[in-house]
Design a protein around this ligand. Structure first.
Ligand code: DHB
Ligand code: MG
Length: 221
């Protein structure tokens, strides 16, 4: 099935996703640096992120897990010129790659790239930090429940929280899989369930060039 999923993603891309040299550069640099582009969102998923920023008329976006900044560029594409994007990366190798890709992209919005463990960076934000309008969680899966709780501290009514990679080719429901990442994702589902701060929440499975995975969406009450 993977070949067909990839071919269909290419079909979608050929009609709907115009090439953007800033994104192509970021992908090429990821490959050239010996990192895997498989961890980046697919182009059609990136476009969905851009559209969710636009649909929520977001001005302030938080991204937890920058990696090569490919998704960062997509999120920034949806922001107005007075927009602000805070993106946090925990690994200094990935941080340097992201720094280079963002410097080359010259996005017309403020992008605040920070190196550090996201939970620490978030806990150290000034207490008067205005709420984010959209939050994209795409870092180490074992910490998703913690990232979700911390994200809620910087959310307002209407903030949209998006969580990447919540299905992991079905590992999420495999009772023999006890990897910390999968256990973390299950904790995250349990945290999302009937959360008093959430108005509504769902998750969607996805297939495509990145395999079988999925994303969760949570709307803050
Ligand atoms: C992995 C992480 C991601 O964020 C992703 O989108 C795909 C894969 C991983 O760690 O394997
Ligand atoms: Mg991801």
């Amino acid at each position: 099935m993977q070949a067909q999923w990839t071919a269909i993603d290419q079909y979608i891309e050929s009609f709907l996703i115009a090439p953007d040299p800033r994104l192509e550069y970021a992908s090429a640099q990821t490959d050239a640096s010996g990192y895997s582009n498989h961890l980046a969102v697919a182009p059609n998923q990136g476009m969905l992120l851009q559209m969710l920023v636009q649909m929520n008329q977001a001005k302030r976006v938080l991204e937890i897990g920058t990696y090569a900044a490919y998704s960062t560029i997509w999120l920034a594409r949806g922001l107005p010129t007075d927009g602000y994007l805070l993106t946090i990366e925990g690994r200094d190798t990935h941080f340097k790659l992201a720094q280079n890709n963002l410097a080359a992209a010259k996005m017309p919005v403020e992008i605040d790239l920070r190196l550090g463990r996201a939970a620490e960076v978030l806990r150290q934000l000034p207490s008067d930090t205005p709420a984010f309008d959209l939050i994209f969680i795409d870092a180490d899966k074992q910490s998703y429940a913690e990232y979700l709780q911390l994200s809620l501290n910087y959310s307002r009514s209407g903030t949209l929280i998006i969580l990447d990679n919540v299905i992991r080719a079905g590992d999420i429901i495999n009772p023999r899989n006890h990897k910390p990442s999968i256990v973390g994702l299950r904790d995250c589902f349990a945290t999302l369930q009937n959360h008093p701060r959430l108005l509504s929440c769902t998750a969607l499975q996805t297939v495509g060039c990145k395999g079988h995975d999925g994303l969760a969406l949570a709307l803050v009450k």
